[in-house]
Write a protein that binds this ligand. Sequence first.
Ligand SMILES: Cc1cc2nc3c(=O)[nH]c(=O)nc-3n(C[C@H](O)[C@H](O)[C@H](O)COP(=O)(O)OP(=O)(O)OC[C@H]3O[C@@H](n4cnc5c(N)ncnc54)[C@H](O)[C@@H]3O)c2cc1C
Length: 334
Amino acid sequence: MAKVAVIGFGLVGRLAALMLAKTHQVSVFEQGDANTVDSAGTLAAAMLAPLAESVICEADLAEQGLAAIPLWQGVLAELDLPVMFQQAGTLVVAHQQDRGDLHNFIRRLKPLAGHSAQSLNQTDIATLEPELAGRFSQGVYLPCEGQLDNLAFYAASFKTLKRLGVQFHFHTKVNIDGNQVGNDTFDWIVDCRGIGAKAQMQGLRGVRGEVARIYAPEVTLNRPVRLMHPRYPIYIAPKPNHEFVIGATEIESQDAGDVTVRSTLELLSAAYTVHSGFAEGRVLALRAGLRPAFDDNRPKVTRDGALIRINGLYRHGFLLAPLVVKNALTEVML
Ligand SMILES: Cc1cc2nc3c(=O)[nH]c(=O)nc-3n(C[C@H](O)[C@H](O)[C@H](O)COP(=O)(O)OP(=O)(O)OC[C@H]3O[C@@H](n4cnc5c(N)ncnc54)[C@H](O)[C@@H]3O)c2cc1C
């Protein structure tokens, strides 16, 4: 059995370990503890939004994202705990004063293999999301999109990998050097360190994102809702038990420090304008993190002997990683 070291137990590291654990002897090295709070994937909304993201990325990436959504079902089916996954589309709305932004957004949507956006009037919006009835006069529905519960995925993947015999080395910050990790030699090393690989991967940068996680028992939404906003599109992604991820800022900064007052005010007031039930919601977490990205905001896989690096998933890690990681590991899996 080939020995594989997976460095970094974030989103990419978990998917890599899951894809290899049954057929390889896998060791995971992670600088943090089992909660991996430094992983960008722990604060992500985990939306699978190829159509909405096609506005800001190339068509081929959006197509890959669309193709990757069914792969998630295969990944989640193998896990020891259930993980909320849905493909019930995304609703995009705008307040009257931001209608121009909505039209601009619709104009920039790229056609994706038979999947397109559907224009909605007030009645259509109320049918999709009854609690938003009367709040928005127009919107657009992106039926092919989905989302999953990132925290449930993190918990379930850890449990499953332990059961499959993967060896874990937490509190272990690795500087990759040949095919050695510490005193151990591996047949393959898979570098999944996200922004932690910045010193070794030229051009890798962090793109700051801030989110709030709210418990709002007075709010029920059936799918992610995006709100056009003058500074950045805001989304509200409903997770199980009336929890909502509200995000996200996008700031060209390497600063992973605490969420600012300005961002908190913007995110939470925008959510309140969508649904007044957020007023009595409880703030479970306000978090900031860095999306690992290259200059072109596209993922990059490199191979140097036994070392495979997978990085630059930017704001599309959940969308693209099942496909990117699977392709990156083709040779390892032979
Ligand atoms: C606010 C926000 C919202 C997002 N929303 C979405 C979304 O809705 N949909 C979507 O598709 N994507 C989203 N993303 C993007 C997604 O979260 C990232 O693309 C993804 O997490 C990147 O995965 P990764 O494994 O490369 O990095 P990470 O998830 O950051 O994991 C890297 C891991 O490596 C560890 N590590 C680093 N250095 C070392 C070292 N030297 N030794 C050992 N371990 C190390 C870290 O501790 C960490 O656990 C969002 C990101 C943010 C920040």
